[in-house]
Write a protein that binds this ligand. Sequence first.
Ligand code: 13P
Ligand code: SF4
Length: 327
Amino acid sequence: MSISKDINKKGYVTAHLDNGKNIIAEIDRLKKEKNAIILAHYYQQEEIQDIADYIGDSLGLAQEASKTTADVILFAGVHFMGETAKILNPTKKVIIPDLNAGCSLADSAPTDKFKAFLKNYPNYTVISYINCSAEIKALSDIICTSSNAVKIVESLPKDEKIIFAPDINLGRYVAKKTGRNMVLWDGACEVHIEISTDKLQFLRGKYPNAKLIAHPECQENILNEADFIGSTTALLKFVKEDSATEYIVATEVGIIHKMKQSVPSKILIPAPANTNNTCACSECPYMKLNTLEKIHASLVHLQPEIFVPEDIRLKALKSVNRMLELS
Ligand code: 13P
Ligand code: SF4
C-alpha cells in the first residue's frame, strides 16, 4: 500500500491511501474499531504527534500506559517504550510501527555484560534509566526517567551504595545535583552526544540573547553552560513559563514542534549536530523510522507486537512500579 501527500491551506500534510481514503481518517476509524490508543513521544515526526491521543516524555508515557483502558496500545516511539507499556499491561496488545526502532542508549547496556558488571558490586542498589531493555529493567531495583532521576536518587538513604545505568551523562548530572557518589555505567545516547560544541558556540554568538536549554543526556560541557536542564516535558514547560523570547534547544529536534505550537511568537533554535544531516540538527534515526503509513499498517494487522517473557516482565514490573510509586 502506498500513500500520497499534499499540503493543505493550514500547512498540514494530508496523506491519502492509494484507494483515495485519507490516512488520518482511516487511522481514526481503526482506533475506534479496535479500541486502540496512540501514545507518542515528542521526538516523533510532526504528523504523528498531531494524531496521538497522548504525547509526552518517557515518564508521562509510562504513566499513561499504566492507566489506559484501551485493548490495544500503539506506541509511536522506540522499542524500549513499547516494552515498558507491555510490562505494565501484560493482557493488552502492545504494537509499535517499526520493530527496527531501537535506541543506541538501550543498546549500550547488553544484558550479559551488565550481569557480569553487577557481580563486582554486591549490596548496591541498581537505578536504571528507562531507556534500557526489559532484561536490564529486570536486573534493576528502581527505574527512573530524566524527569524523576534526582528525586529517585534522593529518596534513598544518603549512605546507600548506588549503581546508575545506562546513561553516563544523566548519571553524572544526577550525581552532581544530589552530591551522591554513584557508580556509573558507561553508556550514552548517540543523538545527544553528537550535538556539536563548536557549532553551538557559533550559534551562541549569533543569538547572544538566547537561553541555552538542554536535555540531561547531553555531554557535561553542554550541561555546564545550560541555563536550564530538563526532560522533554520540562523543556517544553520552561519555554512556556520563562520570560525570554529566544532559546537554543539542545535535544532531539522533534520537541520543537510542540514548543512552536505552545509559544508561536518565540524564537526556537535547534542545537546543531556534528553530522551534516539534512536538518543540520539532532535527529534520532530510530524515532524517525515511524511513519503514518506504518501506523496505519500496524493498526490493520495489529503487528508488530511487543512480547516480554513473563519471568523477565515480573521482575521488571517491580522496578518500574517502584518508580511510578515514587513519581
Ligand atoms: P524524555 O522524553 O523522558 O526526556 O527522554 C528523552 C529520550 O531520549 C527518549 O528517548
Ligand atoms: Fe535512544 Fe537517544 Fe533516540 Fe532517545 S534520542 S531513543 S535515547 S537514541
